[in-house]
Write a protein that binds this ligand. Structure first.
Ligand SMILES: Cc1cc2nc3c(=O)[nH]c(=O)nc-3n(C[C@H](O)[C@H](O)[C@H](O)COP(=O)(O)OP(=O)(O)OC[C@H]3O[C@@H](n4cnc5c(N)ncnc54)[C@H](O)[C@@H]3O)c2cc1C
Ligand code: FES
Length: 251
């Protein structure tokens, strides 16, 4: 599916600490969006767009979970409902869904949980266990009960034990023993997930969140180091990813 420049209006924006739940609407039907693809969003007074993964969508709405971490995301999330902007979407390859596999785990940390929701939502025949990690109970609230609605099981994990399992979600991987693991999170989480998959022969896919420039494969700002066929090479997160086989990522 080719990306389109879509005119969007901010429908609602809810604040949860420094993370925002953003719903945008379009007057026209939006293109099909797959789990793991992203939008390159125009932010006020900034030349470069910012990449944000597609959290959820309908024919005429698209929603995002956005952490305000710098000038661009701060300017975007300071906007009020009714603000108009455009986004290139959908970009990137998305998560592959393998045939004849049902038992999958979605492993996410913080805003890294966002690209995983649509895997469960768009593939109801999968038996999905979500392992979601947060620093504390408040940090999970931005997701409301979205994962509970579409997953067979959701394990919330908090670093401080204030909600759900006290510890890292990676600690629950052995118990779940998925056939396929989808992951997006901090480098430490990715590394542990990679080792889990290597040790058990589990297939894994990871969404990488590199810094980006053009977002369409031209500038090489988003290079990701990949080990393929015994050789290290640089691939572009925007055009060749952002999803890669977990075993290929040089972490
Ligand atoms: C494919 C993709 C999907 C993404 N999806 C989401 C999402 O759903 N929600 C979300 O909140 N963020 C997401 N990000 C990260 C988001 O794009 C960056 O946080 C944002 O571009 C930062 O812009 P800024 O101007 O606010 O911050 P800057 O001033 O550019 O940077 C502020 C801080 O954020 C760090 N940073 C910048 N870019 C990234 C990045 N790509 N990844 C990690 N840290 C970064 C910088 O190192 C710096 O410490 C995604 C990134 C990619 C590549
Ligand atoms: S952001 Fe320019 S090549 Fe990926």
């Amino acid at each position: 599916m080719k990306a389109e420049k879509c005119d969007l209006t901010l429908k609602s924006i809810e604040k949860f600490g420094n993370v925002y739940r953003v719903v945008c609407e379009s007057k026209k039907k939006l293109p099909h969006m797959a789990a793991g693809q992203f939008a390159h969003i125009k932010v006020p007074n900034r030349e470069l767009r910012r990449p944000i993964c597609i959290y959820d969508n309908t024919d005429t709405t698209v929603s995002f979970i956005i952490a305000s971490v710098g000038a661009g995301t701060e300017a975007f999330t300071a906007q009020k409902p009714g603000a108009e902007f455009d986004a290139l979407l959908p970009l990137g390859n998305g998560f592959p869904i393998l045939p004849d596999v049902t038992n999958v785990a979605l492993l996410g940390g913080g805003t890294g949980c966002a690209p995983l929701l649509k895997i469960a939502k768009d593939n109801p025949s999968l038996n999905c266990t979500a392992l979601l990690g947060f620093p504390n109970a408040a940090a999970r609230e931005v997701y409301k009960d979205d994962f509970d609605k579409v997953c067979d099981r959701v394990c919330y994990c908090t670093d401080d034990g204030s909600f759900g399992y006290h510890g890292y979600p990676t600690e629950l991987l052995t118990e779940i023993a998925p056939d396929v693991l989808y992951v997006c999170g901090a480098p430490g989480m990715m590394k542990t997930a990679q080792k889990f998959c290597a040790d058990r022969g589990t297939v894994g896919f990871a969404s990488t969140e590199q810094r980006m420039g053009c977002g369409v494969g031209a500038c090489l700002v988003c290079s990701v180091r990949i080990n393929r066929d015994g050789k290290e090479k640089l691939l572009r997160a925007c055009a060749d990813g952002p999803v890669f086989a977990l075993e290929e990522l040089v972490l």
